[in-house]
Design a protein. Sequence first.
Length: 108
Amino acid sequence: MLDLEFRIAMVVAKKILSTLQPADAALQARSAGLKDAITIIKCVKDEIIKLRSNQMYNQILEEAKSLTSNDCGESENRTQTSKRQVKKPNRMDDYLTYTLFLRQTKYR
């Protein structure tokens, strides 16, 4: 569930940043005046407010779920690949770090 929440946040951030990017470029132009800036900011504000509607929420949720389902298939393929064999260390201090490493990678 936490993974889905992260993906929802990622989709929302992407939509907001894609709205802000053209406005940012327009506001930084030398030819941009104060009157144009007010209009641009108002348009961006309206677009962000539209993101708060129920329809956009459902669209964002579906997009986040599709990202989750697409990535599940990829992660299954990654776990099936064989890993390289690692030689066990000869010294005791290396052995301790080696076993700690194995414990950490086992639970991932």
